[in-house]
Write a protein that binds this ligand. Structure first.
Ligand SMILES: [Fe+2]
Length: 189
């Protein structure tokens, strides 16, 4: 019990660090928690599993702490080289979370590492395919993309919700796990 209390304090501090570093990533992550948990419930995850999924969603982009300001906060389109640097946030996040010494930390680390994998294998960092991508990562990918598309940024307006959903339908089976997508579209109705 004491260990769990301590973990809560560590995650609160890490959350505050992310908030200080990049307010958008922090608020985006909070919204991704809510959608991920709703999706997780539809997959009949246990309360303990839902809690892990929520924590993974909270810190899916924590690796952005390690991306230089001129790239992370750039107002405008990223160059290919800058995008390659942004992509390293998955591994940076995994390496940050792996430092927490507790049982099952690998579940958190792997979920964060793989949240930008695509169902068809064209994602990063490892090009994992289908069920080789952890379920929590596949869930977070859906919640993450929907929020990213429907959020306003300094360099672009948010996409209309219907357009975001249309894109997500088109990317089901390539980007998104069809099973997670199906649950998402039912939920969003
Ligand atoms: Fe990300």
């Amino acid at each position: 019990m004491q260990e769990i209390d301590f973990l809560d304090k560590i995650t609160d501090a890490l959350d505050a660090a992310l908030h200080k570093r990049d307010e958008y990533t922090h608020s985006h992550s909070n919204r991704v928690i809510n959608v991920s948990i709703e999706l997780g419930r539809k997959f009949n995850l246990s309360p303990a599993e839902i809690q892990i999924l929520g924590t993974c969603a909270r810190f899916h982009d924590v690796g952005k702490i390690g991306i230089p300001d001129n790239i992370l906060l750039k107002e405008g389109k990223l160059t290919d080289g800058e995008f390659e640097i942004i992509k390293t946030h998955s591994q940076i996040g995994m390496s940050i979370i792996s430092r927490i010494d507790m049982p099952d930390i690998d579940i958190f680390a792997n979920t964060i590492l793989h949240h930008h994998e695509w169902f068809d294998g064209s994602g990063y960092p490892n090009g994992l395919v289908g069920d080789d991508i952890p379920l929590y990562s596949r869930i977070i990918a859906v919640a993450d993309s929907f929020d990213a598309m429907t959020s306003r940024r300094t360099y672009r307006d948010e996409l209309p919700r219907e357009l975001a959903l249309k894109i997500m339908k088109e990317e089901t089976g390539t980007h998104f796990d069809p099973d997670v997508s199906e649950v998402f579209f039912k939920l969003i109705k």
